[in-house]
Design a protein around this ligand. Sequence first.
Ligand code: FAD
Length: 198
Amino acid sequence: MVQDPAEERKHRSPSYREVTDLGEIEADAYIVATGSSPKRLPIEGSDRAIEAIDYLLDRKKVGNRVVIIGGGLTGCEIAYDLKRKGKEPIIVERLNDLITTPNLCLANSSFLRDYFKANDVPVYLETSCKQIADDHVVIIDKENNETEIPCDSVIVSIGYDPKPLAKKDKNIYLVGDADKVGNLRSAIWGAWKIAMEI
Ligand SMILES: Cc1cc2nc3c(=O)[nH]c(=O)nc-3n(C[C@H](O)[C@H](O)[C@H](O)COP(=O)(O)OP(=O)(O)OC[C@H]3O[C@@H](n4cnc5c(N)ncnc54)[C@H](O)[C@@H]3O)c2cc1C
């Protein structure tokens, strides 16, 4: 999972140390597995939004009516969680379907789609968020129609970018999300491949 090393790890483990430069440590080979960081939404008011990971780690609280920007697996699981807590999630997704993550178990994605339909969770497909204000967001559909949605909070869940501490080199290997954002399986398999290579 993505974490802010400075914020999260220091108080969890006294031995945690943030590496800022590989030169700090002498070694024959370096495996960089520094994970990923959330993509930023380049729109007006984006600083008002809460990152998905901050909601999931309970670092930030949300109000009752919550717009979730990004209907991938994480965004949909957050919407499901909010609905089960009695809140009013609203999903805004720029593609024409929810949860387009490849190789995902169909039972999971179908369940979430059906759950949103059965429980009247509003889902706006082929729609982007244009602006985030204090008490509403402005969304825009593929025909350029703009709609204002009143809300108390906004959660952004639009994916992650690799955050490698160093570039690949002769003795520098990138593993997991630091190389390519994936999942636990891709991180573990990638690590095994590199371990065999070294
Ligand atoms: C919300 C969310 C839900 C997910 N759910 C699933 C799921 O259900 N199933 C699944 O398979 N995958 C899931 N994933 C993906 C999975 O969590 C990642 O693919 C996996 O954790 C990547 O492992 P990693 O070791 O590459 O990076 P990370 O797990 O991100 O670990 C990177 C580590 O490096 C540390 N670090 C970073 N910079 C430094 C530094 N400069 N110095 C020292 N330490 C540093 C960080 O503190 C962190 O501990 C999810 C991801 C997210 C964001």
